[in-house]
Design a protein around this ligand. Structure first.
Ligand SMILES: [Zn+2]
Length: 281
């Protein structure tokens, strides 16, 4: 069934578990995310980034997720990930997305607050929930996200930001990166505790790829309710395809079989994340 992302995350907060937001780009990634979530009987967020608007038919994609979500045995929501433009947010709302992320992290705090408040008011009128980011998640390897400054979230600023903007959930920068880590990860769980103590709305962790399992479990135990996963799933698929082609295994293969193989190669990685999020320690 399709559900409101805010309700899904409030339940996660109460139940002390988290939900994966899998970045998707095509039918196979959506099917993999929903199939794995159904197998493990856990809710799932299907996230499409604004950066894919050039290559993905947004309205067609929304219909596809809505149809697959409606017949799913687990709660599914459709989310717009990292949107920088108001036009993209309005387009997603019109297409029936359940939640949107406005990323104003490149602006100073005052401007980020002003723009996020404006977006939140528009989205709420349409019954759509809003995620925003304060601080800025840095860029690691193999990611196609924007370069972030790596500025960690200031807990007091986060508190004021949520109060002033009315956002429904907040992405906090605590040391994870978009993509794979270039060195040893330094995740500030102490900072997460401080933010959790001051901020009431569900918290979101971007940059799960390559983060040690124990850290993810600990982050969920300390109040993270939504974890964004992109690069690690994408890498599993591209590496699998690379092997297939290198070994000549694709000979006589129809494209449809290659697409099915690609889907299968993503599922174990998604499965690992959902299992980690189902229960905190
Ligand atoms: Zn992100």
């Amino acid at each position: 069934m399709l559900v409101n992302t805010k309700e899904m995350l409030l339940k996660a907060k109460e139940g002390k578990y988290a939900v994966a937001a899998f970045n998707v780009y095509n039918l196979e990634t959506v099917q993999a995310a929903v199939r794995v979530s159904e197998e493990l009987q856990h809710p799932v967020i299907i996230a499409l980034g604004e950066r894919y608007f050039d290559t993905v038919d947004v309205e067609g994609f929304a219909s596809l997720v809505q149809t697959i979500g409606a017949k799913s045995s687990v709660p599914v929501s459709l989310h717009l990930d990292h949107a920088y433009e108001k036009e993209s947010i309005i387009r997603a709302i019109r297409a029936g997305f359940n939640s949107v992320m406005f990323d104003g992290s490149k602006f100073d705090l005052e401007e980020n607050t002003r723009l996020t408040k404006e977006i939140t008011e528009i989205a709420h009128m349409a019954g759509v929930s809003v995620e925003a980011e304060i601080g800025s998640v840095a860029l690691g390897a193999f990611s196609d996200e924007e370069e972030g400054t790596g500025t960690l979230t200031d807990p007091l600023e986060a508190k004021k930001f949520v109060e002033k903007t009315g956002v429904d959930f907040l992405a906090a920068a605590i040391g994870t990166v978009h993509g794979m880590y270039k060195g040893e990860p330094n995740i500030r769980l102490d900072l997460l505790d401080e933010i959790r103590n001051l901020v009431d709305v569900p918290l979101v962790l971007h940059g799960a790829s390559g983060t040690p399992d124990e850290i993810i479990k600990e982050a969920v135990a300390r109040g993270i309710c939504k974890i964004n996963v992109n690069t690690e799933v994408s890498l599993a698929a591209t590496r699998h395809l690379d092997e297939m082609f290198k070994n000549g295994n694709q000979k006589n293969e129809h494209l449809s079989n290659i697409m099915a193989e690609m889907q299968k190669s993503m599922e174990p990685v998604m499965m690992k994340f959902v299992q980690l999020l189902k229960q905190s320690i």
